[in-house]
Design a protein around this ligand. Sequence first.
Ligand code: HDD
Length: 760
Amino acid sequence: MTEDNPNTDPEESKSTNGGSDRPDRRETTDDRSDDEAMANGGTSNHDEDTVDEESKRTQLDDVRENPEGQRLTSDHGVKISDTDNSLKAGERGPTIMEDFHFREKMTQFDHESIPERVVHARGTGAHGYFQPYDDPDLGEYEDISELTKASLFQDSDQKTPVFVRFSTVVGSRGSADTVRDVRGFATKFYTEEGNWDLVGNNIPIFFIQDAMEFPDLVHAIKPEPDDGIPQASAAHDTFWDFASLKPEITHMVMWVLSGRALPRAYRMMQGFGVHTFRLINEAGDSVFVKFHWTPKYGTNQLVWDETQKLAGKNPDFNRQDLYNVIEAGYEPEWELGVQIVEEDEADRFDFDLLDPTKIIPETEVPVRPIGKMVLNETPDNFFAEVEQVAFHPGNVVPGIDFSNDPLLQGRLFSYQDTQLNRFNSANWDEIPINRPIAERHNNQRAGFMRQEINQGKVSYKPNSIGDDHPKETPAAEGGYEHHAEKVDGHKIRNRSDSFQDHFTQARLFWNSMSEPEKENIIDAAHFELGKVDRMEIRERMVYDLFNNVDHEFARRVADGIGVNPPEEPGDELPDHDEADPSLSILNRTPDTIETRKVAVLVDDGFDAEHLETIRSTLEDEGARVSIVSKLLGDKEPENGDAIEADKSHVTTGSILFDAILVPGGEEHAESLKTQGDAKQFLLEAFKHKKPIAALGAGIDVLEAVELPDIELADDGDGQVSEHGVVTNRSSDDLAEFADAFVEAIAAHRHWDRSDSEVPA
Ligand code: HDD
């Protein structure tokens, strides 16, 4: 297993083929006839009838380069005889200007990096497809075509290729993955009608209401301008100064303080389009829509102490997880759901649908699943695909349109603009990862790094010389037409009254949390605000914001940050106790252990029957099992064959696993009891609420670390399962034991433990 070690040996996961174990994909397109390529205008390998999951892959195949068995050449194809020594005047003389190979190699190197994204700089990505469901339950609507004419939703046999990039927001390209932050969830659908970019986040709302505030928000949350500190963290004065002066941020701050900002994996988080968009059908009718991605593996979080340790032990934790899971053959999946609101129903809510700091509670409008997205292929090249992919919320296809959300409207400008900065050219959309599979024909020409060779004499319209080609397409035949919304108003620079309620939904979120989630939010506030130097900022957060969410919450936060707890509830405290169960992560844990990682702690003398029986059940259920020992090498059991350790304590840690198993075996248990690392492994896993299982003498190791308030099985007790700790002294029914462990793992974390005394 190559999982989780930041220093993974590339030899372990890759073989020949230029360091890649995947097929040389160029072969698939070499067979294409010249006629075919010409028919596609040199821009696409597929015409509209052949768009499928393979379409984008086939297009990318044209530009893949594989060095296997090849000779080293210059960029211009000249074979190179020596790439180690520059051309010199005499053996010890100066380098000669004529050395074109030196100049080319060095120039290319000097220009290797492009500006990182101003936000969402750190990310990772994967390829896959989207497929609509056959006959989805759309409530009062018979068919998806009643809602939208977008072709990617119509045919349940059609798979539309996608590329998804997940990201953190604040940190730079080299920062850690597990920081407290919003996660980006950007999907590029390569549809037959052009690219649609759904550029969302893992939190369904945003910090601000108007794009005009975005530069201020980002300046406040990024490292402070004088010292460049802190990296990838919100825990500093400028962010909380800004927040404490912007009550509209309150709802988002509640989400960011919760486990949503610490996802266990990218494939274990929800995604949201955030804004209200429009769906448009063939008749031109519009409905409002919110987009939701729901992960098959459930919405799961890390705990705070774990995230901080991971940032040191494996800063690539989430990036590596996605890559390894897909390479191991798993297919992370999300369901795409829509919340639909008729235009004439938009006023029935006590919030404004155009306000991006608001959700539409699922208690008011159900999420209707309409299709699934599957990620099944890792990129070949991080720079060419993950770094160069460029999203733009303005990339929409017929059947999808914008609302007047002022945050969305501003984004429609910003993304195109930022790509010009990153790529230094308007031709960023021609780069392979950004290029549509739909054909491109227009009179946009030239510019830096133009890839297309546009044929013919004309590059203007109208023209008679080229028979006025390329021709426009009427809406009835698939041309994009903006929804003809009637707009009438004065030019004003202010905010609608309907955007002024900042606390009702923040309170709804708080009320919807389970007790452990509430405690996590309070602990997070203690950390974040505890790092704020200025007392007046801490006070404003408590008195002006939190005390208008929940009085008790505000008092508990105040207690931990040296602020006098408010005596009375805030003046704007909403008068409601409503909750929406869909907001709690704990209600989003599915009954599966697929992809979960289990560590088995072993030393010589372990019980091989225990290990093999439990391991085979776990693997049958889709979990990944690693043998962890003090040192690498073979471990001899008291019975059966030796096994090789996958990890030693120096190369791993409990934080890189979801669950721990200690099999029986007297000698092995005695040895583990003397190993500080093994004991730390267990204590830490316990503190991080992870399932733990022990059999036979393995239970002695748990006894040795003294897990508080946990009853462990004794002789004759049979199986004991308490707060996610499963133990049995006897080996009589290993299958039943394995099932209990599977159940404990499926629960993900066991929040009901009392672990405050555990030192880990
Ligand atoms: Fe943004 C990147 C998501 C508001 C301006 N944004 C970016 C990415 C995601 C989001 C996922 C990374 C895309 C990638 O992987 O390449 N942004 C959001 C969401 C928002 C949002 C869900 C609110 C609902 N963003 C927002 C506003 C503005 C921007 C209001 C400016 C007016 N966002 C940008 C940007 C970025 C960006 C500066 C940086 C890199 C890029 O665009 O390509 O233009």
